[in-house]
Design a protein around this ligand. Sequence first.
Ligand code: BEZ
Length: 267
Amino acid sequence: MAEDGAVDNEWDADRYDDDHAFVYEASQDLIDLLDPEQGERIADLGCGTGHLTATIAEAVNAADRAGDSDGMAVGFDRSREMIAEARSTYPAVDFLRADARSLPFENSLDAVFSNAVLHWISDQEAAIWPIHDALRPGGRLVAELGGVGNVATITDALETELAARGYPAEHGWYFPSPGEYASLLESRGFEVRDLRLFDRPTPLDGEDGLANWIRGFGDDLLAPLSADARTAVVRAVEDRCRDALWTDGEWVADYRRLRVVAVRQDG
Ligand code: BEZ
């Protein structure tokens, strides 16, 4: 965990797109929920390699070729590598390196969009308050994050194996229940319009899919271990998870998503 309350992670943008493409591919329908309109001003929090930001930019700037759209889509990510990759893939789209908790907008955005990012921030008030303040009254937050029980088979196995080797640790991700998340949003002046918790079993690519997931997303937890010990932990976690998550020749992670649409009230 970083000192500022976000879970640390060293991202490799190429590997992220190769190994974790499901993060954005599975969430194209979150864009449908956002329903971006021509002329809107929208921030994409934690845009990663920028694929969903580019889709949003196309919608808000749909009339640009005719010269009569003042739409704006900008992707934010705290990873330098992700922003560099996003800029090189989509040179016409705006991307800025910034933390989700320090948005450079005040009372002005039509929407804040966020996919699979908010669960990386342990201090949720620090995440939600700036989003509220960046939106105009009536503006909306459309977000998806891991919900209660998300990837519990994997995190339980990982925590058990780390503890067995003398490295007790708890994952620092924030996977709230719908009730908890609604209360949080309402306490900051949002009206919750839609809030859903659902299972989304998620195939991980190849025989090494689970190992790649653990090494890619759990590197903070594995950091204190030697390279050999990491390999041993990853193998032991695979063994623990096999009965529940190895299905028809592939790893299927026990994702549970929390999807929310919440609107900023006046004030
Ligand atoms: C998720 O998208 O649910 C997730 C991704 C990485 C680590 C933990 C959760």
